[in-house]
Design a protein around this ligand. Structure first.
Ligand code: PMP
Length: 406
C-alpha cells in the first residue's frame, strides 16, 4: 500500500493523531479492539440526533427508519459472510454472547457422557460457556493440542472424535499466536462424524472475509468492535435448520409471537433469538464499517498486514533475548513475545511511556499460557492503518527497554 493510501486511511481515525505524554500514539492493541473510522462515529451521531426510535414496534416514520437500518445491516452481514439467508444472522452483544447463546440453547440437547472438542488455543469465551453446561450435566471437554509453531495437531483432532462427540468448537485465528486454523478442513472432519461445528471468528473478521458456506460450519460468531465497527454488537450466524431446532436463549419482548400466562409462542428467525431492545443504533452504524472494509479492500488489508507482520517479526528476532510465540506459516498480524525473564507487564508499561499501546497478560487464554509455560506475553497486533514507521519506532522502543529489564 502506498504512503498516500495509508495517510488517506489514517485521516479517517482521528485518535491516531493523539499523543501519549510527549510521544505520538502507536496503537498496536488491535486484537483487543480496533479503532473506528469517522464514518461510523458520524453515523452514530447522526442517528442519535435525527432518527432515534425503537425498532420493530412503531408504525411511525422514525421507527420504520430504525427498523430498515437494522435490517439493512443484517443483509449486509449476510452478504459479507455469504450466509444463505438473512434469517440466519442473529444480532448479539458480541462474540461472547453469541457463544453463550449456542452453548446454552444448542447445548440444551446434550446429555451425560457427551463430549465437546475444543482446542488449547481457545479464548476463554470459547471455553467457559461450555463449562457452564457441566453444572448440570456430566459433559467432557476434549482438547486439541498444538505443535511448537503454534499449529493445531490435526491428527490428534481427528482421533478425538467418537460416538460421544456432540460438538466441535474452535477459533478461526488465535488471538495470541496469530495462527490461522484450517477451519474448512476441520469442519469437514467433524461433519464426517456427524458433529456440528462452531467457528469463533472474532480474530478472523478484521483480517479476512469468511465465507460460511465455503467453510461449511454450522455456527460462525464475531464482534463488530474488532473489525472497525461500534462496540456492543456481535453476530451469530447459524444454519437455519439448527437455529430452528433450538429453544430461545433469552425471553422477553421482540422474540414472541403471542404471550399468555398459560402458553407463549415464539417469533420466527431471527427474532426468536433477539429478546429485548437491540443495540439498534450501533447495529445500524455497523454497516458503515463494511463500507470502510469494502472501500479499503480486504485483499489490500491482508497484504499490508502481512507485510507489517513479516517485517516486524524479522526485526524483532534481532533483539537479544526475544522469544516469539507462534510461527505458523499461515499467521495473522499478531505477535506475542517475551524478552528474557522480563515480566510482560513491565515491558508493556515501559512501551506505554514511549507511546506504544500493546496488550500484556494472559489474553484470556490461560490454558494456552499454561501450554506455553509462561504466565503471560506482550502482544503487538496490527491493523490496516499501522505503518512501517510505527513498526520501526516500536522496535526501537523495545531495543531501549530490553537492556533495562534484563
Ligand atoms: N474469541 C476470541 C478469539 C477473541 O479474541 C475475543 C476477544 N478478545 C473473543 C472471543 C471475545 O470477544 P468479545 O469480547 O468481543 O465478546
Amino acid at each position: 500500500m502506498t504512503n498516500e493510501n495509508i495517510e488517506k486511511i489514517r485521516r479517517q481515525f482521528p485518535v491516531l493523531s493523539r499523543r501519549i505524554g510527549e510521544k505520538d500514539l502507536i496503537y498496536l492493541d488491535n486484537t483487543a479492539t480496533s479503532q473506528t473510522p469517522s464514518t461510523v462515529v458520524r453515523e452514530i451521531e447522526f442517528l442519535y440526533d435525527n432518527s432515534k426510535a425503537n425498532v420493530h414496534r412503531g408504525v411511525h416514520t422514525l421507527s420504520q427508519e430504525a427498523t430498515d437500518r437494522q435490517e439493512h445491516t443484517r443483509r449486509r452481514v449476510q452478504g459479507w459472510i455469504n450466509a444463505a439467508e438473512f434469517e440466519e444472522i442473529i444480532f448479539t452483544r458480541g462474540t461472547t454472547e453469541a457463544i453463550n447463546l449456542v452453548a446454552s440453547s444448542f447445548g440444551d440437547r446434550f446429555r451425560d457422557g457427551d463430549e465437546i472438542i475444543l482446542t488449547v488455543m481457545e479464548h476463554h469465551a470459547n471455553i467457559v460457556p461450555w463449562q457452564l453446561l457441566q453444572r448440570h450435566k456430566d459433559i467432557k471437554l476434549r482438547v486439541v493440542e498444538i505443535n511448537d509453531r503454534g499449529e493445531l495437531d490435526l491428527e490428534q483432532y481427528r482421533s478425538l472424535f467418537n460416538e460421544h462427540t456432540v460438538m466441535a468448537s474452535f477459533t478461526h485465528i488465535s488471538n495470541v499466536l496469530g495462527t490461522v486454523n484450517p477451519v474448512k478442513e476441520m469442519t469437514r472432519i467433524a461433519h464426517e462424524h456427524g458433529v456440528p461445528v462452531l467457528v469463533d471468528g472474532a480474530q478472523a473478521v478484521p483480517h479476512l472475509r469468511p465465507d460460511v458456506q465455503q467453510i461449511g460450519c454450522d455456527f460462525y460468531v464475531f464482534s463488530s468492535h474488532k473489525m472497525y465497527g461500534p462496540t456492543g454488537v456481535g453476530i451469530l450466524y447459524g444454519r437455519r435448520e439448527l437455529l430452528e431446532s433450538m429453544p430461545p436463549y433469552q425471553g422477553g419482548g421482540e422474540m414472541i409471537k403471542h404471550v399468555s400466562f398459560s402458553h407463549t409462542t415464539f417469533a420466527e428467525l431471527p427474532f426468536k433469538f433477539e429478546a429485548g431492545t437491540p443495540d439498534f443504533i450501533d447495529i445500524a452504524a455497523f454497516s458503515k464499517a463494511f463500507d470502510f472494509l469494502e472501500e479499503t479492500g480486504m485483499d489490500m488489508i491482508s497484504m499490508h498486514e502481512k507485510q507489517l507482520l513479516d517485517y516486524t517479526t524479522r526485526r524483532l528476532l534481532d533483539i537479544p533475548g526475544i522469544k516469539i510465540y507462534g510461527s505458523a506459516p499461515d499467521k495473522a498480524a499478531v505477535i506475542s513475545f517475551n524478552i528474557g525473564e522480563a515480566h510482560n507487564y513491565d515491558v508493556g508499561f515501559l512501551l506505554d511511556k514511549m507511546g506504544v499501546a500493546v496488550r500484556t497478560g494472559h489474553h484470556c487464554a490461560q490454558p494456552l499460557m499454561e501450554r506455553l509455560g509462561v504466565p503471560g506475553t506482550v502482544r503487538a497486533s496490527f491493523a490496516v492503518y499501522n505503518t512501517f514507521d510505527e513498526a520501526d519506532r516500536f522496535i526501537d522502543a523495545l531495543r531501549r527497554i530490553a537492556p533495562m529489564l534484563m
